[in-house]
Write a protein that binds this ligand. Structure first.
Ligand code: 8YV
Length: 328
């Protein structure tokens, strides 16, 4: 029997490729070349499945050029690179990689919060420049974390992980805003209190963003929202670029309208707004919140399991548009 054909759009673990090759005829991009959309469409034209990593845009135009395509499996929990409606209309299954990265990403949210509040990178750069010559009472004095008010916008699995760390580990008062309220049981587990967005922005000492990106969540934080925050507050974005208006944020940081920010994601990444590169009170990391070897392996395994489960038995693990299965 001939094997289904798949495309692995970016470099992956050799063991993931080996596993996929047991089931499929695999074309892979182990050189990690950034293909244009046209190149991706050309390579997908005769494929039944795609292993994607969150940055490949799968929309109606691309799907029209790929008549054999049955599934795109994202090695990411976020799937704003997929036009799910267009995929459903074409009968193409979309899958993501939830759960396996929740705790690791929440860990990183806290790492970024701590580094930002306590000015870790800014002070390290000062030390490396050889400027540390004496102790001073306010040298890199930052913002308190323990006992402070933690405001979380987006209370899905990762948001809840950040909440638990704040409440249970750091004795923080946790408030959150979300499209819908958590159940009383989950609120109790996270020791989190639901508030309106404006109240959250006005009262939180540290605001952490964990909302998925969509047209509705574009610029959830812009100049107006930054103006509501305390001048002593910090803003952490581990969600997606585009959730924050990066130009407005750079200006607020430069003018001291908020104390500091920690950003793992950027509008138009891997490009970063040039003004963010020149303000000192921001910690910048290259979209690595899920990047431990253990977690990245688990994400790759789940994406591979979705391809194998669906293309060999019609049973994906984490489908996003399961209606496609009923009509397959
Ligand atoms: C991925 C992420 O590494 O899972 C997500 O949604 O943002 C990260 O864990 C990233 O999407 C890869 O492009």
């Amino acid at each position: 029997m001939t094997k289904p054909k798949i495309l692995v759009a970016r470099a992956v673990f050799p063991e993931t490729l080996a596993l996929l090759s047991e089931h499929f005829e695999v074309e892979s991009n182990q050189d990690d070349v950034l293909w244009s959309k046209a190149e991706l469409a050309r390579r997908l034209a005769d494929k039944h499945g795609a292993f994607t990593t969150g940055s490949e845009r799968i929309d109606a135009e691309l799907l029209a050029a790929c008549p054999q395509l049955k599934i795109c499996a994202n090695m990411a929990v976020g799937y704003n690179n997929f036009d799910v409606d267009a995929m459903t209309a074409r009968g193409v299954l979309a899958t993501n990689a939830p759960d396996v990265l929740t705790e690791t990403t929440a860990d990183f949210g806290f790492a970024l919060l701590m580094a930002t509040a306590r000015r870790v990178t800014e002070s390290e750069h000062y030390l490396r420049r050889g400027e540390w010559t004496k102790w001073r009472y306010d040298l890199f004095a930052g913002t308190e974390v323990h006992g402070a008010t933690l405001g979380i916008i987006g209370m899905g699995r990762i948001g809840q992980g950040v909440a638990r760390r704040g409440a249970l580990g750091f004795g923080m008062k946790v408030i959150y805003h979300n499209r819908s309220r958590l159940s009383p049981e989950l609120e109790a587990q996270c020791q989190a209190q639901y508030v309106g967005k404006e109240e959250l922005l006005r009262t939180a000492d540290h605001v952490v963003l964990v909302v998925p990106y969509s047209a509705a969540s574009h610029h959830t934080i812009g100049a107006a929202e930054l103006a509501l925050m305390k001048p002593s507050a910090t803003l952490i974005n581990i969600a997606r670029g585009g959730i924050v208006d990066d130009a407005a944020l750079a200006q607020a940081l430069r003018e001291g309208r908020i104390a500091a920010a920690g950003l793992d994601v950027f509008e138009g990444e891997p490009s970063v707004h040039p003004d963010l590169l020149t303000v000192p009170n921001v910690v910048l990391t290259p979209h690595i919140a899920s990047a431990t070897m253990t977690t990245r392996r688990a994400m790759a395994q789940l994406a591979a399991d979705n391809l194998i489960g669906f293309l060999t038995q019609g049973r994906p693990v984490t489908p996003l548009n399961p209606s496609v299965l009923a009509s397959a």
